[in-house]
Design a protein. Sequence first.
Length: 474
Amino acid sequence: MPEAQRDVSGVPAAILPPNGLTTGSSLKIGVLQNADSLLLFSRKAGGGTKGGLQKQMAKNKNSLGGSINTVPDPLGQVQPQERWGISLVQNLVGMAACAYRRVPTRIGVATSASAALGAGPTGWTDQNIGVSTVVPGSVAGTAPIARLTTLANDCLEWDETIPPEAKCRVAFLASSGGAEVEISVGAKIVWQENLTGTQAGRLIIAEFSVMPGARTIRVRHTGNGTGVKALYIFGINFVSLDHPVTRGAGLDTFASFRDNNAYSVQGESENWYAVQDRDANLIGGGFHGEKRRKADKIVIDGVETTPTVGVPFVYQSLVIQQETTIDFRPHGGGYLDVVSVQDLSTDGTLHRRASFSGSARVGMFYTHMMSANTTFSEVVYPTYQTPTGIGKHAVIGRAPEVKLRNPATGQTVTGQFNLHANERGDYTAGTGHIEVRPDDRKHRIGRGDSDSLTTLSITVTQEYSQSSIQWGSG
């Protein structure tokens, strides 16, 4: 993206804009919740000290009136909304998101090598761990399930095929009394710890090297005497945003802990493009209505992949490729075929490209929109201003970038985008605007001249959109 033409007059020194969007890519966690919801957990832009983000990419959400996915055509049909779009961005508590494999139910007996599996102590039970217990101070999240026992010498075993140069990782939850634990591989003890009360409510990660091949791993509660404390095994093959050193294997569970006071995006506000057909007098594109032409492609670490619903995965790069149509023809208008690429590989960032071709009389064409929660009340650049009141406000200055800031938390949302020679804002040529709504705040750059008839023809021209949005510090 080109560097913004910034006018920083009046900008407080403490929040002067950076020189550009921060880059960097670390391991991330994703899970397809259902066919219309993809949850992604990543570090924020700028490194581990900035904390983590939960992002939701969604389809088939409702839009505003006057859109082709809310207004029925003569046959009573509305156009679906099948393009993936960002619908939620929320801070995590620190970097509290993780994926792991549930602890198996296979039970062994530490005191008798010849005892049949399952014939010994059976004190291990499943338990939902409270959010504030695992992440002190947090109040929202997906409560993970742990297996616990209070019986001395109780143990769990499982078989694992260890790849070359691999390490095993087992996550425990420290208890107030300080349970004692040991891990052995075969006859060799590889890890021992007293999970002391000073660490109550904290995750303790046991990491140890294992020779490649098929191995049996055993975890034993070694506490002795009366008043033996609970030992919680949180998960195996554990990976988290703050321990991004392994991709895990056989993952089947994830947990996240969110900060409900730190939303950047909350709701289905359009965060990319929208177009108005003059003949249909309706808006389409993204959450306003856009139907799939071909099967979506989700490319994870360079390989086209179909994620399994409910099964978390760990990745470095993720790209969504789609071919869709914004179809006004059932309403008497034209159509636009769209080829789009959305790249979520950079930490805390969404890079996007789209091309439009077809035949439609276009009135308004926003090739870039950016939404943020109304708590982002400062426009840091192109020029510093604090628009108030519901409605539209001109953004002074023409630049391929805009930055919003939440003054209470320091959170930022930065958008960069390509400009167009004949762009026109809602107020005057060469400007965008902020629209303050009861539920969001938008920055829009309009491509089409809303006072003339603009024809987009597949044989004459194409239109392009290129933009990035980054959720920054705070």
